[in-house]
Design a protein. Structure first.
Length: 134
């Protein structure tokens, strides 16, 4: 008797489960882009197009603060957004959403400037970098 009840419960669960062919929710598929896709070894536009054709709708990209503000805070030195602007523009043209990951403080904003991934000095510069405003 117990096996019959167990079998009926299993059948009910399977009947209520979404089918394997059910579409995933929007924003479900994405790819982290780094290395050859960014450094020019591979064609970034072609890689983004492949992601889009494969059903991806977002890309995760490291926004390296040390590359954007290498010489000092924005109020003291020019910022360098060119490579990130290119990435965002190419992704937008393919209707891919960008998921930014802020990494690596520049030497002037580290507690230990000699260590690339040392803790950031807390303060307005870090808050500004986190907001990614231009």
């Amino acid at each position: 008797m117990k096996s019959w009840v167990l079998g009926a419960a299993l059948a009910a669960l399977l009947a209520c489960a979404p089918g394997a062919g059910a579409a995933p929710p929007k924003g479900f598929y994405g790819v982290a882009i780094s290395g050859p896709a960014i450094d020019g070894t591979l064609s970034l536009p072609a890689q983004l197009q492949r992601i889009r054709h494969a059903g991806g709708d977002q890309v995760t990209v490291a926004f390296n603060w040390a590359d954007v503000d290498p010489d000092g805070p924005p109020e003291q030195a020019p910022e360098h957004w060119e490579s990130l602007d290119r990435m965002v523009t190419l992704a937008a043209r393919r209707h891919l959403r960008i998921v930014p990951v802020l990494v690596q403080a520049p030497p002037w904003a580290r507690t230990d400037p000699t260590k690339p991934f040392s803790d950031e000095v807390p303060g307005p510069s870090w808050a500004s970098a986190c907001s990614l405003t231009r």
